[in-house]
Ligand binder design. Sequence first.
Ligand SMILES: Cc1cc2nc3c(=O)[nH]c(=O)nc-3n(C[C@H](O)[C@H](O)[C@H](O)COP(=O)(O)OP(=O)(O)OC[C@H]3O[C@@H](n4cnc5c(N)ncnc54)[C@H](O)[C@@H]3O)c2cc1C
Length: 355
Amino acid sequence: MTNLVILGGGYGGMRLLNELLPDHLPSGVSVTLVDKNPYHSLKTEYYALAAGTVSDRELRVDFPEHPRLTIKYGDVTGINLGEQSVDLNSSEKIGYDILVIGLGCEDKYHNVPGADRYTLSIQSIEKSRQTYQTLSNLAPGGTVGIVGAGLSGVELASELSESRPDLQVKLFDRGNHILPAFPDRLSEYVENWFVRHGVEVINNSNITRVEENVLYNHDEPVQCDAVVWTAGIQANRIVRELDVEKDSSGRLTVTPHHHLPGYENVFVVGDCASLTHAPSAQLAEGQAEQIAEILKKRWSGEEIPETLPPIKLKGVLGSLGKKQGFGMMAERAITGRVARLLKSGVLWLYKYHKG
Ligand SMILES: Cc1cc2nc3c(=O)[nH]c(=O)nc-3n(C[C@H](O)[C@H](O)[C@H](O)COP(=O)(O)OP(=O)(O)OC[C@H]3O[C@@H](n4cnc5c(N)ncnc54)[C@H](O)[C@@H]3O)c2cc1C
């Protein structure tokens, strides 16, 4: 039996499973999925979990079932490329013939002193739960600082301002305008929404230090009852510790066929892979589809084309609370209720088609 081991049942791992099961797994291949959680988690909604507007249960999707799929619950603690094995926290070692690394990402603190210790996170379901607990237990009128005004910071700030209108939400942004990856028109639309909803946007900020209940903007102290970090990501620590070529965010360099250079049997999917596009769930899924195609071709002895088609990304949608949204679809900016409805529709489709 060839053992295909998939590390991480996130957007990449889940899409790969759905592409291979139930009908595309040759009889000589079995699959082992390793994840620390017994379900797939809808990471794109962690801002809502943290803000207290959706329940934990709503963000879980069951893993598929198949006679040749084994699911191992545990923390991956190491990958041994030389001996083709993976270590788990239970001291178990799992050998692989083919490995797919899809362990996602973690916060990147850019060496800001205290940021790792004194800020909350929405990068994992465990940390989002802790963030929810802290934010929901804040006394009336408390101040929340959110550092980083990309998509996740903006979604958290807007959701929290609707969920707890009594809180003072301060969104610290490094640039002249929030949402640097979006056209100015969208940034302005979102900034106006924040003005109307009492969220304070602090542009051109530079967070130089964080202490308990204080963050320093250009070394000036700002008292906060809680600080959430949404100012950057890097690959999962397990991946950063691998002794192979990586980019400055610890993401692994991959060939056009999505495997590690020199390791044709080790594929990398999603936020762990260094790709030209910014990391996203859509990108992870597109990459997983291509990895599935490569595996199917290999198993059936078909030739693999030297280059694969570019991964098509459909656009980005962001929420501004439960009623308004913004986004780019087919290179067109959309705002308002339509954008929000589209985002809810995409989520619904994803959830009820099991990824
Ligand atoms: C608030 C927020 C909003 C977002 N919104 C969007 C959006 O609108 N559109 C979009 O395309 N993208 C969005 N993203 C980005 C998107 O969520 C990620 O790019 C995507 O989840 C990456 O998929 P992945 O498969 O690489 O990793 P993940 O989906 O993060 O999955 C990683 C898996 O690995 C498991 N794992 C991690 N470490 C270990 C370990 N040591 N041992 C065992 N298992 C482990 C985790 O439990 C998880 O199941 C958003 C992200 C956030 C935080």
